[in-house]
Structure formats: C-alpha cells, structure tokens
Design a protein around this ligand. Structure first.
Ligand code: GLU
Ligand code: MG
Length: 430
C-alpha cells in the first residue's frame, strides 16, 4: 500500500523541492508553491529583484502540475514520486521552469523529425564527518579507478544505492569508482531526453539520501576537494528519426571521419557557443576550479575522436550506438537546463549550417590546437552567457535572465570564500 506522493521539481540551483501529499493526489493533479522559490539562494537569502519571480508583486503562487502516468515508485517506504512542470498564475508555462526549457528544446528538434536521446554519466565524491564534525573525504585507502568491492567502498553504501535504484525501477547502467578517491561514477541508461533527465534528478536525490542514511555525504559538486580531480556530468547525445533509426549513424562504425551533416552541425554549434554554454552547464564557482586545461573536463573549445582531452568526443561506436559526448557539464547545473542548453546550441549549429573547425590533433596536455577555453571564473562565464543572445533566446530568455542574476549574486556571495569554506557554501545542496 503506497500512501503518499512526493511531488517534486528541480529548481534553478539544482535543488529538489517538493511536498509529501496524500494518496488521493495520485492522479493528474497539481500543488502550489511560492513562485519566489526561484529567488532563494543557497544561503537562503531571498533576492527580491530576481527576474520573473514576482517578489515585489506579492510573492504569488506557481503551480506544479503532474500526470498520473508519470507517477513512479520511490525509494522511501510507502511513497511514490512524481516530477511535474511549473505554470504561472496566468496559466501559462512558467518561463523559469527548467523542465519546460528541456521540453521546448525537444520540441524544437522534433520540428526536424528528430527525437533527442541522452545518456548521462554522473560523478560524485563521498565525504564523511570526522570526530569534530568536520567534513573529510570518505576513507578508501585501497580505492583505485574502476575499483569495485569493499576496498573501494568499505561501508558498502554504493551497494545500498544499487539496491534502492533497482527497487525504484531506475535503469542504472553502472556503478564504479572514478579516477580519484573517494570518487564514484553512476551511469544511467540512455532514453528520450526528458525521461532521461527525470531519471537523473531522481536518481541523484535518491543516491544522496541513501548515502546519508549510511553516514556518507555524496556530493556532485564539480570540485569539492582541492588537489583532487573534478566531477562531471557528461551528456551523450543521439537522435532517433521517424523510422526509429539513430540519425547520427553513418555506417556501422563511428568516429570523426563518419560525421554526417547532423553531427557536424551539432559539433559546430557547440564550438560556436562554447563559452556561453559554460554559464549554463557549469554554473557554480567550483565549476571553474574543475574546468581547467589538462583536466579531461571540457575546458577547451575543441572536438575529436575517442579522446578524453577534448570537450566533444565523437564515439568510435557507430550504427545504433553512434553518439556525441559533451564533457563540459557538471551536476551543479540543473540537468534539465544543461541538457536544454546542449540541445539548443547543437540545433543552432545544425540549422545555421555553421562551419566546423578542424578537429583537435594535440594530446591536450603538452600540445593543444584549440585557441580558447572557457572563462576563468563564474562571473566571467555569466558575462559570456549574457553576450550570447542567440543561445539565451533559444534556451529561454526569462530563464537565462533569472539565472544570470542569481549567479552574479553567487559571485559576490562566494568572493571571499576558498577551500573548505567555498565547498561548504554548496555541499549540503549539490
Ligand atoms: N572527472 C572528469 C571530469 O571532470 C572526467 C573523467 C572521465 O573521463 O570520466 O569531467
Ligand atoms: Mg567518468
């Protein structure tokens, strides 16, 4: 017997907000939230002038609407979960709604007869509290990249995540240890873009909650531990055409010499909008500690074949598995907004017939052809985003205006913080 519904949305800070509701809400229904949720910052400061939040117009409601057939099993006892779309008091889709932005991006691609499909890789570090209550890295002295078993995870909290994922019906592709310790990777099966991102935001929340039950703070922050590697949220993209074929396929082999016009357009769009994309897909102060040269993380404006040093990696797999991997995003971004931004930049490149710059030939450590990288800081990334009016219009003017305002405030809030203090500004939320 499932006796309550947890209805949720993922906000501008990538925080899950929601309510527990009685069982009779398990149908097409809605629940109301204060619209100025989109004015609230990580430190709970309410920014009255945050665009499109109506803080100075009486702080009205917005409605979260969901569909009965999207209600699914949760991971808490007797609790189903559902994600919805946000609407304003005028009954129209809320311009600030990240899931709405992704639905628009999907609809824009569907005008070309193509359905975007994505597969998302999540990386995260595990922290625990020491005897004084200070957060320290989870102790995994025998941890190695691709480590499995109890040397990698002595408390077996990742086993608990696996079990909970299975019980809740997540389509989990893998759990393994990442390059650094204590760093883990979780990959979910690819799916239609909105469904895939729904899975990601729920899985990420579930994983953080299950880990916390084991005394572990699992953080998806891009660079929680200075001196260790970063954590990304790589987005793998393909398209399904009307016949159900992968529209990126060009024979049974993949790779840079097999790019068709669609693939070339997508990559060209990502290159043209490289700097502005960062502001949407890597949107915290710590994102710019991760996005550095030689960090395998999507810093450079470049693309290549099976090459982890470039930002856009063309898979060597072809046919049904043909795909493009964008390596810049991190999970401090709202995953709906990040995927929407990646899809819209790709669409601008495809529709605009942008020329494609030559592929990277360097090793991206000592030799690099790419002439430019991303901004050095969150503040500069917001300037790059604000300048790219085409990308902002494509992703959603209102959403971008709110985002830039909130993130510029974040620049001020974090300016004097460094090391653990900077991490702790975010770490309980991301
Ligand atoms: N941890 C790297 C990043 O920050 C990626 C490593 C990998 O290739 O999976 O994106
Ligand atoms: Mg990885």
């Amino acid at each position: 017997m499932t006796d309550r519904l947890r209805a949720m949305f993922c906000d501008h800070l990538s925080i899950m907000r929601g309510k527990y509701l009685p069982a009779h809400k398990m149908r097409d229904d809605e629940s109301r939230f204060a619209r100025p949720t989109f004015s609230v910052h990580y430190d709970k400061d309410l920014l009255l002038d945050a665009p499109h939040t109506k803080c100075r117009e009486g702080l009205p409601d917005m409605a979260l609407r969901w569909k009965a057939d999207e209600i699914r099993a949760g991971w808490e006892p007797d609790t189903n979960v559902v994600l919805g779309d946000l609407y304003g008091d005028d009954g129209l889709p809320l311009p600030l709604c990240p899931r709405g932005a992704l639905k628009r991006a999907q609809a824009d691609w569907q005008k070309h007869g193509l359905t975007a499909k994505v597969g998302i890789e999540l990386e995260a570090f595990a922290l625990v509290k020491d005897d004084e209550g200070k957060l320290v890295p989870y102790d995994t002295p025998g941890g190695v990249v691709y480590g499995t078993g109890n040397f990698t995870d002595p408390q077996r909290f990742t086993d608990a995540i696996w079990d909970a994922a299975l019980a809740a019906g997540f389509r989990l592709e893998l759990i393994t240890a990442e390059y650094d310790t204590p760093q883990f990777e979780f990959t979910l099966s690819y799916d239609e873009a909105v469904r895939a991102v729904d899975e990601v935001v729920l899985f990420r929340q579930m994983a953080r909650e299950v880990a916390l039950d084991h005394g572990v703070l699992l953080t998806f922050l891009p660079k929680p531990i200075a001196g260790k590697g970063g954590s990304g949220m790589h987005i793998n993209l393909s398209f399904e055409d009307a016949k159900g074929h992968n529209a990126l396929a060009n024979g049974d082999r993949g790779g840079p010499d097999r790019l068709n016009d669609l693939a070339r357009g997508c990559v060209a769009g990502w290159m043209r909008h490289h700097k502005a994309l960062a502001g949407l897909v890597a949107p915290t102060a710590l994102s710019y500690a991760r996005l550095q040269p030689a960090s395998l993380s999507g810093y450079w404006c470049n693309w290549g074949g099976d090459h982890r040093g470039v930002t856009v990696r063309v898979s060597a797999e072809g046919g049904k598995k043909a795909r493009l991997e964008h390596r810049m995003p991190d999970a401090s971004a709202n995953p709906y907004t990040a995927v929407a931004a990646v899809l819209q930049a790709a669409r601008l490149g495809f529709e605009g017939g942008y020329p494609l710059l030559p592929m990277e030939e360097g090793d991206c450590f000592d030799r690099i052809d790419a002439g430019q990288g991303v901004a050095a800081s969150l503040g500069e990334a917001m300037d790059d985003l604000a300048t790219d009016t085409a990308l902002c219009a494509a992703v959603g003017q209102g959403l971008c205006e709110n985002h830039i305002f909130m993130k510029r405030a974040e620049v001020d809030k974090t300016a004097a913080l460094e090391g653990d203090a900077l991490r702790d500004f975010y770490v309980w939320y991301v």
